[in-house]
Design a protein around this ligand. Structure first.
Ligand code: IPE
Ligand code: IPE
Ligand code: MG
Length: 252
């Protein structure tokens, strides 16, 4: 049978998976509950997916938790999301240590309360030397913000004479973006049925494989995650080359 043959092939495992965790509000609405209920259930899915990633050997997991545009939501929902982030962070710190997880945040953290900024910095410093999976939370993150902050850093370096204008290549630019020291995402997943980027990683997704699912984030479990990995596994990434070139590269 076809499915049997497919599952007996070794899976191609992405090094870096980036996820837009969408659909918490609709999940709550389906249950006639307030949106908060969905966000809380969403935190549980983070746990499940993080575990599944570690199990299959993914090196980096980047999760979009709060976009630069999410500030436009009702103040009460924003407050609830901030509180959830802070509570999840402080309660998971021991787990990060025991499971060797390196934790990082990307985004403009100056928008957060001082106490949340301190909590984030503490978790980053404490887990910096861990060598297991790297968990990146994109919070108050926007792809356009990321590109603008890289341009600002480059402009300052050019002004100070640390680099010349002619030396600004795509590689130099990428070095100033968030995630510069990590492999680019191989697989992008968006749950919740929408097929858009919503200002997530713009530059970094240039050659990423996209996977969209209608499953709402709180329902996204290990089986749903494995379906995404299976889909990735069956794709041929060509990076501008021909299929024949890719095959001979693999043989080499
Ligand atoms: C994603 O779920 C979580 C955040 C954006 C913080 P949503 O809250 O966007 O859920 P839907 O899209 O309204 O269902
Ligand atoms: C994207 O989801 C942001 C996060 C999941 C954090 P949204 O629900 O905010 O995206 P739009 O508004 O539907 O594009
Ligand atoms: Mg949404």
């Amino acid at each position: 049978m076809n499915s049997g043959q497919a599952s007996s092939l070794p899976l191609k495992i992405p090094r870096h998976v980036a996820i837009i965790m969408d659909g918490n509000g609709r999940w709550a609405k389906q249950r006639k509950k307030p949106r908060f209920y969905g966000h809380r259930a969403g935190v549980e899915s983070v746990e499940v997916v993080l575990k599944a990633c570690a199990k299959v050997g993914i090196e980096v997991l980047t999760l979009f938790a709060f976009s630069s545009e999410n500030w436009h939501r009702p103040a009460q929902e924003v407050q609830i999301l901030m509180n959830l982030f802070k509570a999840a962070l402080s309660s998971r710190l021991n787990q990060f240590q025991s499971q060797n997880i390196r934790f990082r945040v990307i985004g403009d953290r100056s928008g957060f309360s001082k106490s949340l900024q301190i909590e984030i910095a503490k978790a980053e410093v404490l887990t910096a030397k861990n060598e297991g999976i790297t968990l990146i939370i994109a919070a108050n993150y926007g792809g356009r913000w990321d590109i603008a902050q890289a341009a600002r850093k480059i402009a300052v370096e050019a002004k100070n004479g640390q680099l010349t204008v002619d030396s600004i290549t795509t590689e130099v630019f990428a070095d100033h973006l968030s995630l510069a020291d990590l492999p680019e995402p191989d697989l992008f997943i968006r749950t919740g049925g929408e097929q858009r980027i919503s200002n997530f990683l713009l530059w970094q997704l240039a050659y990423t494989e996209f996977y969209f699912t209608d499953t709402l984030w709180p329902d996204f479990d290990e089986a749903a995650f494995i379906l995404a990995i299976n889909s990735f596994s069956q794709r041929e990434r060509r990076f501008g080359r021909t299929s024949e070139q890719m095959k001979s590269l693999y043989r080499a």
